[in-house]
Ligand binder design. Structure first.
Ligand code: SAM
Ligand code: F3S
Length: 466
């Protein structure tokens, strides 16, 4: 196996042939929004290089891509069971290609192709722009190509112009994470934090806005650690970047994720105060309410510090929606530690959250800690925590009934009942009757009902007779 040095501009690569039907690409994505963004970019790169069009049917695909996640063991296991399912598919037409990217690829490298002989290409989150030449190399040599290097920001320099897929889009503004929380594999699979230059981010946002995008989510594993280079040699933080993006014509709403509590600073609180285009929603992972567990997790923030930041944020945005990430069953977590987490939830009143049972990740410092918490205890704690968050979420949603909100009409409702679906500024989905021509525009919707996982609403215009 070899690692190519040439990027996707390789002059020896066979160009798409005129008159031939476009080859089809199927992508299966696991994991976070960064992976969703990367999958989009893979499709853009392959469309530009070889005319690939995306299909939702693996059976008709000429190229199958698996974009993987290794944050928890379950996600990692899915990769090999998925590849197992694809064996027959490859056997039926051996000229089809299979490529594995993302964090599992980054961690396992060549071992994936050794374990699963159907794999033609293994590439990392930072080398997705080299996919066309890696695929070509395998076609030429008949051997798997592997490139899981970290060529820093080169990836972004080699990407074609972004294609819009509706009125919302993700824009990755930085790669990697340098926080090294003791449980997390991300710094090892995605590398250290590298921020994209401000101009590059703004060009991508402007191109998306030109293609009808109205809401942009700025992405990074540690997005508020953003320090982008300015043309004059200075540096720009996330708060300033938000103000710049807000000035772009067509951009009406901005979100960002995921933030680390340490770098959630006064500048960002001021951005929430001053920038009306910044959505009324913050996802600020805290992981645990116990100071002792936070120390073991190598999370340098304190609970008091976290609560104080939320208090000051609510002074400028009293009705902001707040969400977080929690890990239960971290090694040595006692009933008291868990109670501290539940107390924090009660105090902050998060209206949504992502919560997980701790999963030891190979190579991380926490994986050397003695576990000591029984599986049933972990499951019970997760159940209690999720039950409490659900209760808070229901209360939050019920309080929205009767209120009128600006909603971006994003797509037809998945219920297939002719309704449209969109999100409020607070990130909640609402379904409502509306004509299709309103897709991609902001409308006023009155929330009429709170359902299990969404809201029902009524177009404000429809409320009053014409
Ligand atoms: N950058 C974010 C932050 O500031 O915490 C976190 C990004 S991480 C990829 C997403 C979430 O996965 C984390 O917030 C954490 O709750 C969860 N996670 C990460 N490693 C985990 C592990 N080993 N076991 C269980 N959950 C994990
Ligand atoms: Fe992971 Fe901690 Fe970074 S959770 S992504 S190491 S902030």
């Amino acid at each position: 196996m070899s690692t190519p040095t040439t990027p996707d501009t390789d002059p020896n690569r066979t160009p798409p042939q005129a008159g031939k039907p476009a080859p089809k690409l199927y992508i299966k994505t696991f994991g976070c929004q960064m992976n969703e963004y990367d999958s989009r970019k893979m499709a853009d790169v392959l469309a530009a290089s070889d005319g690939y069009v995306r299909t939702t049917e693996p059976d008709e695909a000429d190229l199958l891509l698996l974009n993987t996640c290794s944050v928890r063991e379950k996600a990692q296991e899915k990769v090999f069971s998925e590849l197992g399912r694809w064996r027959e598919w490859k056997a039926a037409r051996p000229e089809r290609q299979v490529a594995v990217g993302g964090c599992v690829a980054s961690q396992e490298g060549e071992a994936i192709a050794t374990r699963e002989s159907l794999v033609d290409v293994v590439f990392g989150p930072q080398t997705l722009h080299r996919l066309p030449s890696l695929l070509e190399q395998t076609r030429t040599t008949g051997r798997p190509s592997v490139d899981v290097s970290f060529p820093e920001i080169e990836k972004f320099d080699r990407l074609p112009e972004p294609q819009a897929d509706g009125p919302t889009a993700f824009v990755s503004i930085m790669e990697g994470c340098s926080k090294y929380c003791s449980f997390c594999v991300v710094p090892y699979t995605r590398g250290e934090e590298v921020s994209r230059p401000v101009d590059d981010v703004l060009v991508e946002c402007a191109q998306l806005a030109d293609r009808g995008v109205r809401e942009i989510t700025l992405l990074g594993q540690n997005v508020n650690g953003y320090r982008g280079a300015l043309r004059d040699g200075g540096s720009c933080d996330l708060a300033l970047l938000i103000h710049y993006v807000a000035r772009l014509e067509g951009v009406e709403r901005i979100r960002f994720t995921t933030s680390h509590p340490m770098e959630f600073d006064d500048g960002l609180i001021e951005a929430f105060a001053d920038e009306p285009k910044l959505a009324n929603y913050l996802h600020l992972p805290v992981q645990s309410g116990s100071e002792r567990i936070l120390k073991l997790m190598k999370r340098p923030h304190t609970i008091d510090g976290y609560v104080d930041k939320i208090r000051r944020l609510r002074m400028v945005r009293p009705d902001i929606a707040l969400s977080s990430d929690f890990i239960v069953g971290f090694p040595s977590e006692t009933d008291e530690d868990f109670e501290a987490t539940m107390n924090l939830i009660a105090e902050v009143r998060f209206d949504s959250a992502f919560s997980f049972i701790y999963s030891p990740r190979p190579g991380t410092p926490a994986s050397n800690l003695r576990d000591g918490v029984a599986t049933e205890v972990k499951q019970e704690r997760l159940r209690i925590l999720q039950g409490r968050i659900k209760q808070l979420s229901d209360e939050y949603c019920r309080a929205l009934v009767g209120q009128s909100h600006k909603v971006l009409v994003e797509r037809p409702s998945r219920r297939g009942n002719g309704q449209m679906a969109g999100r409020l500024s607070n990130n909640r989905w609402v379904n409502f009757d509306a004509p299709e021509h309103l897709l991609g525009t902001f409308v006023d919707v009155t929330v009429t009902e709170s359902l299990n996982n969404s809201l029902r609403g009524r177009l404000a215009e429809a409320a009053s007779p014409a």
